[in-house]
Design a protein around this ligand. Sequence first.
Ligand SMILES: [Fe+2]
Length: 392
Amino acid sequence: MQSLPISASGWTAKGRQTLPAGLQKLSKDLDRLVGSGKFKLLDWDGRCVFFTSALFPIECIYCRQTVLLLDVQDRAVSVLGGVPNSSKGEAWRAVAEDASQALEQCASASSFSNAQLHGRRGDFASRTVGFGYGNGRLKPQNFCISGKTNRTAVQTLLQNQSIRRICGFQSNLFNSFNHKNCRESREMIRDVCERQPELRVNFSHSPFAALTFNLGPQSWSPPHMDAENTASGWCADTALGNYDPDKGGQLVLWDLGLVIRFPPGATILFPSALITHSTLPIQAHETRYAILQFSAGALFRWRDNGFQSDKDFLAHASAEQLKEWASKRARRGKLALQKFSRWADICRGDWKGQARTDAGLDELSDLTDLDISESDVTSLTKPMCKKRSRRT
Ligand SMILES: [Fe+2]
């Protein structure tokens, strides 16, 4: 993960990377992507099996068919979470179909400007709700949705039980497979909302400050990074709609060299700020929607500066405060990497990484265990608990 483009502040990513023209040409064509030899097709079925293990605390879920993407130092870079076992088979299909219908109704009840229909993430309608900071805002603010009808349509989505189940499942996956970063995100949201009680959250206790509904009708994106999202957190992405996942809608993680089959109803979490990603086009008669949750990296910076911007902090900081600020800034990127869950810890039941915390490794001043050689920056994929795999 050290090779990924974390910014100097450690909170967000560096500016968007542009792909070489040769790779851009491949970005819409599955056969050419895989045929280029630069990508591996991960033929994921989008399902997993959950059960509660006696080894784990009650809130922990353990997946036998979930796939974790690990870096060379055993860190969970991404989780292909699938669907919860409590709703396996037709039950989850019904949840996904109900959520898709709700998104269709929202889209048909809403109006969108031309700019909203043709953004840098693709040619489809979308709505973002929750709160963020940056892009000219003077302090954290709720995202503005113009027009009472549009606001009502989005609020209706937030009350929809199927959408709430999907969002809750996304939060559970974040908590279970990236626990320390999830906890930090929850604490940030709590602190910012205590400071500004006027802010409205989408869901209580959620580790995500914002949610985007991709309303289609054909939501797929060219290669991009979401550099303003928090660098050490995950973006949760649930695909919905009616499309053939073998012929379109695959998620491409360019830095990892992976094309991932992404069926409707399945969920994937990954660091969208750091990894260039895209989705492949679906067929002309199909529909594809998505529910994405994330948090802006600038919110963490605001909180860490004592609820003020860098500019205001630096204007009034003492020499001692300035020294500490610079020291934390220099170390933040590496310390954030320390918080990603380790495969070995998960395997022995320490999904919270408590042993590493108790050993002081989360705040280790000598970060030499993070040093790797240039040749080591490839990623690996490992199915969890291979020996016990059983599909249901
Ligand atoms: Fe994205």
